[in-house]
Design a protein around this ligand. Structure first.
Ligand code: IPM
Ligand code: MG
Length: 364
């Protein structure tokens, strides 16, 4: 199989973790006889510095022509004082919107071998396997107006939580479709006791739910969901929610796995290429030091193989290699217990590739 992949390394630890994931993709290509062709493009702070825009039009063009997009991270203190439209984050929001990537899948899986890395008790975390499905191209992130203005001589500021019914419908449908191949439960998270948008969200969830009688649907208020996620995370299968709620809950949920450095994500639309990125962000405090955990990005390319290319077997090999290295006790700084030896980004990547090679030997 021949596939075109656009690579957007971005800022901070982005380039380091993306390099790891590309090495893993190359190994997949070798092992299974595929051909992956990479085009590199700029996004975020690096694009602001070099092209004076967080999302140059050339980047959008290259992305649209590819079969899948791999992104590192955007942002850093250097660009923090720029106005909203010129921030690195605008590049990421822009590409999500341009490509209509409305469904953001953030699987949260607790690895048995990493149980000790979580700040939560073992019995709470062991066996966690949930999927946060975050609406990604509307809601509070994109609603207009979004502005500062003056009213009666005082500054006022407004962000808008806006949804079209069709936008809610398509993400809720996606949640039911995902639940169907998982444990058949959808938790729709909202703030229906306060927000009108949430009340409509809930109505739509009920309506769509009627088309999926085999799937259990429950509603949960977002504040309660935040609490339940650390009280009893195993009650969840698919959790579907508004853009901003999903952003917050997914960072919270990452700690169930022990580290934000473990969480992959896939952003997909109804047509066109999907975008795959680690949830962790650019981590400027450790950028350029070879300390970053590459596993979230590696797990993200496994999602690319599965969801964009339909290569489930290849995806499994990558996922299995990730759990193998963890079982073997290899750790980067973020998941190491006190006194444990830590590997660098490239060392960890080499271990993953070695585990993939080993699997191939066993099966051949
Ligand atoms: C995420 C990030 C982004 C978001 C930022 C970098 C704009 O936090 O992907 O969760 O808020 O969506
Ligand atoms: Mg976030």
């Amino acid at each position: 199989m021949k596939k075109k992949i656009t690579v957007l390394p971005g800022d901070g630890i982005g380039p380091e973790v993306v390099q790891s994931a590309v090495n893993v993709l190359d190994t997949v290509a070798d092992q299974f006889g595929h051909e992956f062709e990479y085009s590199y493009a700029k996004i975020g702070g690096v694009a602001i510095d070099e092209e004076n825009s967080p999302l140059p039009s050339e980047t959008v063009r290259v992305c649209k022509e590819s079969d899948g997009i791999l992104l590192g991270a955007v942002g850093g203190p250097k660009w923090d004082t720029l106005p909203g439209d010129m921030r690195p984050e605008k590049g990421l929001l822009g590409i999500r919107k341009e490509l209509n990537l409305f469904a953001n899948l953030r699987p949260v899986t607790a690895f048995d071998s990493l149980i000790e890395a979580s700040t939560l008790r073992k019995e709470v975390v062991k066996g966690v396997d949930l999927m946060i499905l975050r609406e990604l191209t509307s809601g509070l992130y994109f609603g207009e107006p979004k502005e500062r203005r003056e009213e009666n001589g005082e500054q006022v500021v407004v962000d808008t939580l806006y949804y079209k019914r069709s936008e809610i419908e398509r993400i809720i449908k996606q949640a039911f479709e995902l639940a169907r191949v998982r444990r058949k439960k959808v938790t729709s998270v909202d703030k229906a006791n306060v927000l009108e948008s949430s009340r409509v969200w809930r109505e739509v969830a009920e309506e769509v739910g009627k088309q999926y009688p085999d799937i259990e649907l429950e509603h949960m208020l977002v504040d309660n969901a935040a609490m339940q996620l650390i009280r009893d995370p195993k009650q969840f299968d698919v959790l579907v929610t508004e853009n901003m709620f999903g952003d917050i809950l997914s960072d919270e949920a990452s700690m169930l796995t022990g580290s934000l450095g473990m969480l992959p994500s896939a952003s997909i639309g109804s047509t066109g290429p999907g975008l795959y990125e680690p949830v962790h962000g650019s981590a400027p405090d450790i950028a350029g030091q070879g300390k970053a955990n590459p596993l979230a990005t590696i797990a993200s390319v496994a999602m690319m193989l599965k969801y964009s290319f339909g290569l489930s077997k290849e995806a499994e090999v990558v996922d299995k290699a990730v759990s193998t290295v963890l079982e073997q006790g290899y750790r980067t700084g973020d998941i190491a217990a006190e006194g444990e030896t830590t590997l660098s980004t490239t060392e960890m990547t080499e271990k993953v590739i070695a585990a993939m090679t080993n699997q191939a030997k066993v099966t051949n």
